[in-house]
Write a protein that binds this ligand. Structure first.
Ligand code: BLA
Length: 235
C-alpha cells in the first residue's frame, strides 16, 4: 500500500549515492508461520548518515506499515528523521507520524532544524495536527511541529505522498547544505542517539505486534539488533 513512498525514498537515496548494506537474510525478510505477515528491511549508509533503515510490514488487508529512521553520523547534530505510517484495514484507519526528531529541546535548535516542517505542513490542512495520545512523551525526541495524521480516505493517501516527499527532500537538503554544528559536539550527539534508541525501545508499540506475529525471541533480537541497534542489549 505504501509502495510509492518506499520507491520515492529508495530513488532519493540511490541518486545520492547511499550505499546499501547487506542484512542477514532473516532481517531482509521474515514471515510468521502462516505467512500472513511479512516484514522486510533495508539498510543504507552514506558519508553523512551512519544508518538509514526502512521497514515494511505487509499484513495484507489487515495491516500495512511503512517505517523509516535516518540517523546522521555522530559528527552531525541534525535531527533524526522519523517516519511511522500505518494502515489498519479492519477499522480503515491510517496513521501517519513524521518528524525531524530533535536531539535536544532548546528553542534555537528546534527553530533552526525542526521548524522547517511547519512550512510544509501549512500547505496540507489534513496534516495540521500535533496532538499525540500518550504512548510517547511529546517533549522527548519529538518537535512541536510533529506531523500526526489520522485519516481514512484516498485523497489523504495522495497528500501523504506529497507531504512525505517534501519532508524527505527538505531533510536531505538540510543535511547537504550546512555541515556545521552549533549546539552539540560529537560525544553529545552520540549519547543523544543512544538515548533515542533506548527511549524508543521502551515506548515503541510495535513490539507488541511483532511478538504476536513473530514470537518473543525473534522480536527481541530484531528490535535490539536492527530497529534500535544502539540500545542496551540486556533486557
Ligand atoms: C504509534 N506505531 C504506533 C502505533 C502502532 C505502531 C501499533 C499505535 C497506533 C495507534 O495509536 O492507533 C506500530 N511502529 C509500529 C510498527 C512499526 C513501528 C508495526 O515502527 C514497525 C517497524 N514510531 C516510530 C518512529 C516514530 C514513531 C520512527 O517507530 C517517529 C516518527 C512515532 N508511532 C509514533 C507515534 C505514535 C505511533 C508518535 C503515536 C501516535 C499518537 O500518539 O497519536
Amino acid at each position: 500500500m505504501f509502495e510509492s513512498l518506499f520507491d520515492a525514498l529508495q530513488t532519493q537515496l540511490k541518486s545520492r549515492n547511499f550505499e546499501s548494506v547487506k542484512l542477514p537474510s532473516d532481517f531482509e525478510e521474515h514471515h510468521d508461520k502462516d505467512s500472513r505477515y511479512v516484514i522486510r528491511n533495508w539498510l543504507f549508509k552514506s558519508p553523512e548518515f551512519r544508518r538509514w533503515r526502512i521497514t515494511t510490514l505487509d499484513g495484507g488487508e489487515s495491516l500495512q506499515v511503512f517505517n523509516s529512521v535516518a540517523y546522521p553520523i555522530f559528527s552531525n547534530e541534525k535531527p533524526i528523521l522519523g517516519v511511522d505510517i500505518l494502515w489498519f484495514g479492519k477499522s480503515s484507519k491510517l496513521l501517519a507520524v513524521i518528524d525531524y526528531q530533535p536531539l535536544i529541546q532548546s528553542k534555537s535548535y528546534l527553530e533552526k532544524y525542526s521548524s522547517r516542517l511547519k512550512k510544509i505542513k501549512d500547505k496540507y490542512l489534513d496534516f495540521d495536527n500535533t496532538q499525540m495520545k500518550n504512548i510517547y512523551d511529546s517533549t522527548k525526541y519529538f518537535s512541536p511541529w510533529v506531523i500526526i495524521c489520522r485519516g481514512n480516505n484516498d485523497n489523504f493517501v495522495k497528500d501523504l505522498y506529497e507531504v512525505f516527499t517534501l519532508i524527505l527532500e527538505e531533510y536531505l537538503r538540510m543535511n547537504e547544505q550546512d555541515k556545521k554544528n552549533y549546539f552539540l559536539n560529537s560525544v553529545q550527539i552520540k549519547q543523544k542517539q543512544i538515548d533515542y534508541d533506548n527511549y524508543s525501545i521502551e515506548k515503541d508499540p510495535a513490539e507488541k505486534l511483532f511478538k504476536k506475529f513473530f514470537g518473543e525471541s525473534w522480536t527481541q533480537f530484531f528490535i535490539h539488533n536492527f530497529l534500535f541497534a544502539l540500545s542496551e542489549k540486556h533486557h
